[in-house]
Design a protein around this ligand. Structure first.
Ligand SMILES: *Cc1c(COP(=O)(O)O)cnc(C)c1O
Length: 376
């Protein structure tokens, strides 16, 4: 096999090409918003929430969520230590402080216990993360948040199509946020969505994302300094076409997972993503944690697989270990308080999980993975 196997990538069909072609041809003048409106309506229906706002990214959706919840300087926001930095960066944008909590050993998502341990008088919100398609114990997290009057933002960027007790990922917080980056299960190239059942948050976000003016306001009469966070109609057309295929996209991810489980499931050297009985996992990234006994860390494994033209990614580094957070956090503290994050992170990699992957490629990847282990 000579072709490089990518770690992730979309599934694009004639439907997507047709919709984008129609948008670039017709979505102007009085039709400028047609695709955004259709995409938002279909998306809110799919997730099972009242409101959806299409945005340029998930990062902007988190930023707007924090602003709409009134979070600012002096406030603390709890996030799991293991996630993409986009979950936490907007906390700094609004002048608040991120607090990094540990993850759960099985789900790799926020540990409810660690969340509660990190609550202080300053805690205003928690951002849960549906990591690699899995979901944390949302019942317990919501109960704790309710007890301390803490808002919940659900970062479902990696979990479109996942479910917790029959409810769609993204529908379980005060707001839910999604990413449509090219690597994600549903893509618009770049893009994001904010969903909510709360009318106050919805209206506040519409106002903030359009330079501080309401859709019905006096023209060019801004009452606050806001932001410019919009998705183009070409992106919305692409998103709508993808959403009409969402069941196929999620089924495909689950099928790819089942191929890996067939190859690696019986081997105690490899721990794959879990799926609790309360969760439907949409397996955005098939991820393997190596048995510590093997004595190989993720960087070496990634390098070795790259020689076989297999593209992989490291399990996220704990945010508390990153230079970006040196000023507010010492990694020494993270090692002590977030033991699970620091134990698992060095041993994990994301395996090729792109929607164009086939069974033979998965077999090849697993063969090479087993070879690396054997050679130790
Ligand atoms: C991809 C991702 C984001 C960021 O999405 P953008 O659209 O790139 O802003 C946020 N959180 C998580 C968990 C992600 O995986």
């Amino acid at each position: 096999m000579t072709e490089r196997i990518p770690v992730s990538g979309p599934s694009i069909t004639q439907k997507e090409i047709d919709y984008v072609t129609d948008a670039v041809t017709n979505a102007w003048y009085e039709n400028a918003n047609v695709y955004n409106n259709k995409f938002e309506r279909a998306f809110s229906e799919y997730i099972g929430v009242k409101y959806a706002i299409s945005l340029p990214s998930c990062t902007s959706a988190i930023h707007l969520s924090l602003l709409a919840l009134g979070i600012g300087p002096g406030d603390e926001v709890i996030v799991p230590d293991i996630t993409w930095i986009a979950t936490a960066a907007p906390i700094s944008y609004v002048g608040a402080t991120p607090v990094f909590a540990d993850i759960d050993q099985k789900s790799w998502c926020l540990s409810a216990r660690s969340f509660e341990e990190n609550i202080t008088e300053k805690t205003k919100a928690v951002i849960t993360v549906d990591l690699y398609g899995n979901m944390p114990d949302m019942d317990e997290i919501r109960e704790i948040a309710g007890k301390y009057n803490i808002a919940v933002i659900e970062d479902a960027a990696e979990a479109l199509g996942s479910e917790y007790k029959g409810r769609k990922a993204g529908s379980l917080g005060d707001t839910g946020v999604f990413s449509f980056h090219g690597s994600k299960t549903l893509t618009t190239g770049e893009g994001g969505m904010l969903v909510t059942d709360r009318e106050d948050i919805y209206n506040r976000c519409l106002f903030l994302r359009d330079h501080g003016r309401k859709p019905s306001d006096k023209m060019f009469w801004n009452t606050e300094v806001g932001y410019k966070y919009k998705m183009s109609s070409m992106q919305a057309a692409l998103g709508l076409a993808q959403l009409e295929r969402v069941e196929d996209l999620v089924d495909r991810k689950r099928e790819i997972y089942s191929w890996y489980a067939d190859e690696l499931g019986g081997d105690q050297h490899f721990l794959l993503n879990s799926e609790d009985s309360s969760v439907k996992n949409s397996y955005w990234m098939i991820t393997v944690i190596l048995d510590q006994e093997i004595g190989i860390e993720k960087e070496a494994l990634i390098e070795s697989l790259a020689k076989d033209r297999i593209d992989t990614r490291p399990f996220f580094y704990p945010l508390s270990s990153l230079p970006a957070y040196r000023e507010i956090n010492s990694p020494q503290k993270g090692i002590i308080t977030n033991k699970v994050a620091y134990t698992i992170s060095p041993l994990g990699i994301n395996l090729p999980s792109g929607l164009n992957l086939n069974r033979d490629q998965v077999r090849y990847v697993c063969e090479k993975l087993k070879n690396v282990i054997k050679c130790r």
